[in-house]
Design a protein around this ligand. Structure first.
Ligand SMILES: [Zn+2]
Ligand SMILES: [Zn+2]
Length: 309
């Protein structure tokens, strides 16, 4: 069995799925945000400004900033309803139509009678978006909150802005518990860049697709045909009954994680191929792979499910 991402036709395209501009609380105009990502070597970004009344519900039309070799996906970070802790939901929606109907979300605080977060997320999904649970650790997202967002394709497991500004970057705890419950979610790393601090170029996705067209990228995101990275590259993952074999750029550690406490690590020098025994995962219907380079930069595969026969 092989992680289908690596056998899918096409090549990998590097993209940031979560970005803000001065159309909400970021500091740079959309054009300059696109320019910086393009010059930094990204193949695409999604500009995802805060979709609230205070900013006039922006879905920024970034199509004029597409160039040869660089594209954009329209989207927004959408907000409505309260999480269990009483704070407003933050939901990432990549691939929204420009005329997506706003909820009644005037600002960053929930008000009475709003559409719930899960309802809004479902509207985004039905409108064609790739939906991700945004920054779970930063938001104090409960497991019940995460469980309720049934429209989600993915969980943000690394948010660079939340790392830089709050040291609360991750979403693995929520993701892994939902995987344990059988939810077929994927994971993503993002920047959530506002350019107010060094919150950019820190976490991205590598999407496998035949072309760098928005629709093709969205299809690949929705089917999980991508991995996430801070730098290292995953070249192949092959799973047999007894082993998982990982091929990657030079790293110091390869870890396989599974249900509950199941995890196995392999450490070494300049590892580009690692074979890890799966005995520890006999009880786990899923595994995922993390690689870590000498500088501590990580890359993460999406979850791989064993055939449930
Ligand atoms: Zn947010
Ligand atoms: Zn954001």
């Amino acid at each position: 069995m092989q992680d289908a991402t690596f056998t899918a036709p096409g090549r990998f395209w590097r993209g940031n799925l979560h970005t803000h501009s001065n159309r909400s609380d970021g500091v740079l105009p959309p054009k300059e945000v696109c320019r910086r990502y393009r010059e930094e070597g990204y193949d695409f970004i999604a500009l995802t400004d805060h979709f609230i009344g205070e900013y006039d519900y922006p879905i920024v039309d970034t199509r004029p900033f597409r160039t040869e070799g660089f594209t954009t996906i329209l989207g927004a970070e959408v907000h409505s309803g309260a999480m269990e802790n009483g704070e407003l939901w933050h939901i990432l929606a990549v691939g929204l139509p420009l005329d997506f109907a706003p909820p009644n979300s005037p600002g960053f605080r929930p008000i009475d009678g709003m559409e719930t977060g899960p309802e809004l997320a479902m509207r985004c999904r039905e409108a064609g978006a790739f939906v991700a649970v945004a920054h779970p650790e930063w938001g104090g997202l409960s497991l019940q909150d995460a469980r309720s967002l049934t429209a989600a394709h993915a969980v943000e497991i690394y948010n660079h802005g939340c790392q830089v500004g709050a040291d609360r970057a991750e979403g693995f705890w929520q993701l892994d518990r939902l995987l344990d419950e059988g939810s077929a979610l994927t994971l993503c790393a993002t920047d959530d860049a506002h350019f107010t601090e060094p919150d950019h170029f820190g976490g991205w996705v590598m999407v496998k697709s035949e072309s760098n067209e928005p629709e093709a990228l969205l299809r690949a995101l929705k089917t999980g045909s991508y991995y996430s990275s801070q730098g290292p590259e995953i070249n192949n993952i092959e799973v047999s009954a007894k082993h998982v074999v990982v091929n990657c750029s030079s790293v110091a550690t390869v870890i396989v994680q599974g249900k509950g406490s199941a995890a196995v690590a392999k450490h070494g020098e300049a590892i580009t191929r690692a074979e890890i025994n799966l005995a520890r995962f006999h009880n786990s219907p899923w595994i995922r792979v993390t690689i870590i380079d000498r500088a501590g930069k990580r890359a993460w595969s999406n979850p791989i499910w064993f055939d449930q026969n």
